[in-house]
Ligand binder design. Structure first.
Ligand code: HSE
Length: 314
């Protein structure tokens, strides 16, 4: 659509699903997928306030105070000042509670769309802060790893979240993700409650060694190092009991040629990374063989790691 014809009172933004933690980087690493994504059409209207309509069938609340998109738009309105009015039509393609950043994708799409309609007054780090408010509505914590990857695209490292998220976009080589989503719901808050508050020093040393190695492996395009670094001693040992067949999925995927992987975010999805698309599809077949007899419904996504984040679709 030419810029002359574009309706500046309305924008449609797609924001990608994301894999948070990336095994070793609990709460600080994430990457974006090309598919699935959430989509929001946002309209500026004269009547102040926020109205939300969902075209998906997930039964999410449309009360702005209880809706991720409503929370984010409220934060943008407060920061922009003034009595602004927004109408949002939300089409979620990412099932809530899937572990691939469903709430983060909606929050990121809302932040990017509102910024676009206001003439882009906010920076990407500021959009991350608005989106984190949406995460608080979804799970009671202003988690930054999913929203950073969904807004920036690619691989992101959140160095700290205090006082605001310091997001670093990482260099990375061609990588393809295979993500199995068992159709069971794990609430992030429940999965976080399983974690230990204290980590023995030798375990912490192994974990931060892997985080550094993964960032180095990504920057060098060293697939062997990336694979060796995809280990998690902090969350996976406590959370994997929630995911039927987790160990079998992981070992079958590694045999099929995956570099490595683990739990996607807080689960139940399980992700694997591969160096090319054909390896990622071989991993898909291996995961499918493990899960086809499980009695649990599931989807498998195969997607390159996306180099772009939430963006205007039309
Ligand atoms: N880093 C968060 C967690 C991601 O693992 O709890 C939640 O999707």
């Amino acid at each position: 659509m030419s810029s002359e014809l574009r309706n500046l009172n309305e924008v449609t933004v797609r924001a990608p699903a994301t894999v948070a933690n990336v095994a070793c980087g609990f709460d600080c690493l994430g990457f974006a997928l090309e598919t699935p994504f959430d989509e929001i059409t946002l309209r500026r209207v004269d009547r102040p306030g926020i109205r939300i309509e969902h075209l998906d069938g997930f039964g999410l609340p449309t009360d702005p105070a209880r809706n991720v998109v409503g929370t984010v738009l409220g934060s943008v309105i407060r920061a922009a000042g003034g009595d602004l009015g927004f109408e949002a039509v939300v089409t979620k393609h990412i099932k809530p509670g899937s572990g691939v950043g469903s709430s983060a994708a909606s929050a990121s799409a809302a932040a990017v769309a509102a910024n676009e309609l206001l003439g882009s007054p906010f920076s990407r780090p500021e959009l991350v802060e608005f989106a984190r408010d949406g995460e608080f509505t979804a799970c009671g914590a202003r988690i930054a790893d999913n929203v950073s990857a969904s807004i920036f695209g690619g691989f992101t490292l959140v160095r700290t979240t205090e006082p605001t998220a310091d997001v670093i976009a990482l260099e990375f080589p061609e990588l393809h993700a295979t993500v199995l989503h068992p159709q069971i719901e794990i609430k992030t808050a429940d999965a976080r409650a399983l974690l230990r508050n204290e980590i023995p020093l030798p375990t912490a040393v192994r974990q931060w060694g892997n985080v550094g190695a993964l960032v180095a492996g990504l920057a060098r395009g060293d697939y062997g190092l990336i694979g060796r670094a995809l280990e998690d001693f902090v969350a996976e040992p406590y959370r994997k009991v929630l995911i039927p067949g987790f160990d079998d999925l992981k070992s079958a995927s590694l045999r099929a040629g995956a570099l490595g992987g683990g739990i996607s975010g807080s689960g139940p999805s399980v992700f694997m990374l591969s160096a090319n698309g054909s390896a990622a599809r071989a991993v898909e077949s291996a995961m499918d063989r493990v899960y086809s007899g499980s009695g649990i419904d599931y989807n498998i996504y195969v997607s390159p790691v996306s180099r772009t984040g939430a963006a205007t679709f039309r």
